[in-house]
Design a protein around this ligand. Structure first.
Ligand code: IMP
Ligand code: MG
Length: 187
């Protein structure tokens, strides 16, 4: 990994191991876009991106959508008081800005881990009575799921590792990196 990047304190470049390269992410995203194109052909669709992690994926996905009237909105969630024993509280830091009532809505996530954030968001959006509500995620880590929530469209199931790059961060670091790395913790 490029030494010019400023790593969060306590982390070294050797700890970032290349996991999925950009070409594969492009391929995965194109295949996902094809499925969305088939499902929503000729219809309106509101993409709801979950900030900040989904920004690169949403951008690349949206560019590959055809024959769909695409609208884009964002939410930002926050989780406070979360630790090993406590699930903490999920907060809506930024809500949607559009009227989704009677509309097709697709939540765009970059990764699902415990499923808590996605479950919370689905419940919130359902309260606004969308016509349909589906979820697309680039990566899925199904091992630590505590809420039985599933995405209709999954790019790739990955190992139970902490990953960084392509929108995903470690202490705000690494969102702009085009490839995906996993973090090797020191013994
Ligand atoms: P969940 O509520 O545990 O499913 O995950 C909520 C959020 O945690 C995801 O949308 C990501 O923003 C973040 N997250 C989960 N796994 C990772 C990871 O491996 N790297 C970076 N962020 C992650
Ligand atoms: Mg996210």
């Amino acid at each position: 990994m490029n030494e010019l990047y400023k790593f969060p304190s306590g982390f070294a470049s050797e700890q970032f191991v290349k996991y999925i390269d950009r070409e594969e992410i492009v391929e995965i995203t194109k295949n996902l876009a094809e499925a969305i194109n088939k499902r929503y052909q000729g219809e309106d669709l509101i993409l709801v991106g979950v900030l900040k992690g989904s920004m690169l994926f949403l951008s690349d996905l949206a560019k590959n959508l055809r024959n769909i009237n695409v609208y884009i909105d964002f939410v930002q969630l926050n989780s406070i008081g979360r630790d090993k024993e406590n699930a903490g509280t999920i907060l809506i830091k930024k809500d949607i800005k559009s009227n989704i009532s009677g509309k097709n809505v697709l939540i765009v996530e970059e990764i699902i881990d415990t499923g808590r954030a996605l479950h919370f968001l689905k419940e919130r959006l359902l309260l606004s009575n969308p016509r349909s509500l589906e979820v697309i995620t680039l990566f899925d880590k199904p091992y630590q799921r505590v809420v039985p929530v599933k995405a209709e469209y999954i790019g790739k199931k990955i190992e139970d590792q902490f990953v960084v790059g392509y929108g995903l961060d470690l202490d705000s670091y690494g969102r702009n990196i085009s490839d995906l790395y996993y973090l090797k913790y020191p013994n």
